[in-house]
Design a protein around this ligand. Structure first.
Ligand code: FES
Length: 93
């Protein structure tokens, strides 16, 4: 068990999903900006909808969803690291 920043969101179908907070561009931590209802990366302004879908900036793909399951009301996440700067999600660790 380790501690990493993630976001628990609803995906486009209304299901719970867990997103890595690591930007898919160059790896900065992406904060949620409440008044803009978006995730906006502070490094180069990569912008993502609340579902993690990329909508602006240089990020090459959506925020990365992590494998997760819910057991006895607890969200359990398999944390993974992904290659940055690629349009396709590639697990590297
Ligand atoms: Fe996030 Fe560049 S590291 S937009």
């Amino acid at each position: 068990v380790s501690q990493k920043p993630v976001y628990v969101v609803k995906d486009a179908n209304g299901r719970i999903a867990v997103l890595s907070a690591v930007c898919t561009h160059l790896g900065c931590t992406v904060p949620w900006i409440e008044d803009q209802n978006r995730f906006i990366c502070p490094c180069h302004k990569g912008t993502f909808e609340s579902t993690g879908k990329v909508v602006g900036g240089p990020a090459p793909r959506d925020m990365d969803a992590l494998p997760m399951k819910i057991e006895d009301g607890v969200v359990k996440v398999q944390y993974q690291f992904f290659r940055q700067l690629t349009p396709n999600k590639e697990v590297i660790a």
